[in-house]
Design a binder for this molecule. Structure first.
Ligand SMILES: [Zn+2]
Length: 478
């Protein structure tokens, strides 16, 4: 049996288990670091399937790893499973309609599918390793809190991925493509100013305004913007303005900053200059400044050798075959959940993607049912992900598969609504097959693996500086 037929059969015989896992997690919809029911289910299922399971990693009770096999290479599969606040939604429903339980949260990024698709690949790889003992090891990493807790950054920092030769993952999306774009690195920092309160009319000379300091910092950073790379982004929000009385000189203030840039080292450089600006603002106002790094993420480095392999495997497995019912549901989602203006924007996007000649066909059958060509020329995605930190410590590749109607943005109730539909299940099972096939190809081709590792070494120099310092642990209660 060839490898394609092997992984297809391995996953299809476990299909109901995989779908059931994903659908139960869709209903649990637990937020980052609170994925307790979710990981209890993973632990049970993985043990039943014969994996050696270790629960709780890097200080995070909802992180785990499930290992099967022995020796090199060690292939990692990255699973996520956290939900998003306030996005509870009944599956398959094209009207805004939260699930009938107490939980307001929902899988608006499809991480129920993401984790279960990686799990599917782990099952197929385990079966392969059973038939080829000693050929390698598979580890399914349960990575908590992607949305808000930077779980993989903490796992990378604490050495959880050490010894892994190559890692794969995927993400539910509205298109089918190998993931060639990087994501932005970022830091999230609180700047606090401490001044002296005073009567603003009677004795202003005795006051030192922390609010002035915060405002001057904003002015300084706004001047800084001209002299940084255009791809960088700096955002801020006032978290504490001192008080509400204009006749009091404000004695304290706090501003929350994000700094984003294509590479981690660029973020660090700009971050240092933002600190200088804050120090300047403190000096100008006679206040004291302290800053606290809250979180950080590295940019994603797609491993080209492995991403090309994933692309080949996508073609070999083929896109999921969607039914007429799937297309009918997608049509409803497209036409009934978009405003007039959104629909026009989507039409423009589809025209760009497929050409004007195919617009009518796409509007009638709005599921991406082919595989997008590889494109290495695109600028980084404007968002950030902790897969970036994973990609600094091991060669990493990922793909996107269409689990939702074309044009559906993630982090919306509409995206949640797709999360337990047939369309989504098909994408998830396809992801499992592609990832398992790519992993087997890598195991059977040590030269390719060597090339992937050489590329990773050339990109990173084998150095990873986690943007989150050692003394900062997971923020489990937030
Ligand atoms: Zn996501």
């Amino acid at each position: 049996m060839n490898h394609k037929a092997f992984v297809t059969q391995a996953i299809e015989e476990k299909q109901s288990l995989i779908i059931d896992l994903s659908d139960q997690i869709f209903d649990f919809a637990e937020l980052g670091f609170h994925e307790f029911k979710t990981v209890a289910l993973y632990e049970k299922v993985l043990k039943e399937e014969g994996f050696h399971v270790e629960m709780g990693l890097a200080g995070m009770p909802t992180a785990f790893k499930a290992v099967y096999g022995e020796g090199k290479p060690v292939i990692g599969l990255l699973a996520e499973y956290d939900a998003l606040p306030e996005l509870s939604q009944k599956g398959g429903c094209t009207m805004r309609d939260p699930r009938e339980d107490e939980n307001p949260d929902g899988h608006g990024c499809g991480h129920n599918l993401l984790g279960a698709g990686a799990f599917a690949a782990a099952l197929a790889l385990k079966k392969y390793l059973e038939e080829h003992p000693g050929k390698g090891t598979v580890i399914l990493f349960g990575c908590p809190s992607e949305e808000k807790g930077n779980g993989k950054a903490l796992m990378a920092r604490d050495g959880i991925f050490d010894g892994v030769d190559a890692a794969f993952t995927w993400h539910p999306m509205d298109t089918n493509e190998a993931w060639t774009v990087s994501t932005l690195a970022n830091v999230s920092v609180f700047f606090r100013f401490k001044g002296v309160t005073a009567h603003a009319a009677a004795s202003p000379e005795q006051g030192r305004s922390a609010l002035d300091a915060a405002e001057l910092m904003s002015v300084g950073v706004n001047y800084l913007r001209e002299h940084i790379i255009p791809e960088a982004r700096i955002h801020y929000a006032y978290r504490d303005v001192g008080g509400i009385a204009p006749n009091v000189v404000q004695g304290r203030s706090c501003v929350h900053y994000f700094v984003r840039a294509p590479k981690s080292w660029q973020v660090q450089e700009i971050y240092k200059r933002v600190i200088d600006v804050a120090e300047g603002a403190a000096k100008m106002t006679g206040t004291e400044m302290t800053y606290e790094l809250y979180a950080g993420l590295s940019d994603y480095i797609p491993n080209r050798v492995m991403t090309e392999l994933v692309h080949e495997c996508m073609h070999e497995i083929g896109p999921a075959s969607y039914s007429e019912e799937d297309y009918a549901l997608a049509r409803k989602f497209l036409h009934e959940t978009s405003t007039e203006a959104e629909l026009e924007a989507k039409k423009a996007k589809f025209t760009r993607m497929f050409g004007a000649g195919r617009l009518d066909e796409i509007m009638e059958r709005p599921i991406h049912s082919e595989i997008a060509p590889m494109n290495w020329m695109r600028p980084p995605m404007s968002g950030s992900t902790d897969v970036g930190d994973a990609s600094y410590v091991m060669p990493t590749a990922q793909l996107m598969l269409a689990s939702a109607t074309l044009g559906t943005a993630s982090h919306t109730w509409q995206f949640t609504a797709h999360g337990n539909t047939d369309m989504a299940h098909k994408a998830m099972l396809t992801a499992g097959k592609v990832l398992a096939l790519a992993a087997i190809r890598l195991i059977e081709d040590p030269e390719k693996l060597e090339k992937a590792r050489a590329e990773w070494m050339a990109e990173t120099g084998g150095v990873y500086v986690c943007p989150i310092p050692k003394e900062i642990g997971p923020r489990l209660d937030e």
